[in-house]
Design a protein around this ligand. Sequence first.
Ligand SMILES: [Zn+2]
Length: 376
Amino acid sequence: MLARCVLERLPELLLTTALACLLCALVALPVRGAETEVGPMPVVDLHVDLSYQANYRARPFARGLGQFVAADLIEAGVVGVVLPLFVPHDVSPSGPRLEDLDHSYARVFEWLDNTPPYRWPGCYPESGQAVRTWLAFEGSAPLGERPDLVRWWVARGVRFFGLVHAQDNRLASSSTGASGGAVGLTALGRRLVRQIHALGGIVDVSHASSATLRDVVELARQARVPVVATHSDAAALAPHPRNLADAELALIASTGGVVGINFHSRFLARGRSATLHDVVEHIRHVVRVAGAEHVGIGSDFEGGIRPPPGLETVRGFRPLARALVAAGLSVEDVRGIMSGNALRLLCPSPPFEGSSAGLVHANGRHRGEARSWKTP
Ligand SMILES: [Zn+2]
């Protein structure tokens, strides 16, 4: 009786089962997709040269060259950016001066004030609709004779102090300097680095020679502070003086620091045009050598770089995050790489007292005031 009943109802049962399976599959689809699909992924970029484009190339701060466009930032997931106050080495016969740093700062502050969604420098609470900013130096020679001014710059929101750019200076040797990088920190450089560390600032070793990097790491260990390389790639994958050897990557990690991966094709691949896959491979390499918690993004957008196809602008951040997950990195690690690791350095908790990691840097609170601010 039961068998006959089942037999009679077999087509109906099969149909019901088939419908149930189809429903299961439809419900499961988005779940399966979520395993490789990355949701909203906040991004903090450790190095964007908008101040150079706006101050020295007469390009609008809101657009630059079109790589880091203010109107695209929120949709691209950008929640923070480090803006170096870059001054070209030939700005005067004696190189960059204190007044050049002042000038750059005053103008950048005014642009930040007038350009949504940017906020003034500092660790504001995250809001989702604003981009936090921090300042940096890419060449700190003007401070060599005046280490007392570090306190002033830290109060203005300078978080990272790059000692050198493409040339050697009186503080240290550059990875592309005339000395061939044999000299590390000079006595002047040593004194300045100690002062930066004492005030909670972080030294940036992108552009530094190997000898300089080692000297900085040694002083950072003594002071128990991290070292950052804001925009540098792995020399093991693409030999270039600007890239970091595995031992150097490990040294930076040993201080608790972070290496921001640079999107410039010449640093990513040798003898050919780089692809987005090369960026993924550099990140995976640094993860292997230094650990996932020591990798970040330092695109070098607006710094005259030639990024790979698909990463020409901030719109490439989301595909990059997806590619990293597809390459086998955990979503948690990718989240750290895209923003969390950078924030650990930029906004340490609890904040270092009196340092640029403090909450808010409202210098020039009133519009236009920054323009008249001069280093004392
Ligand atoms: Zn640079």
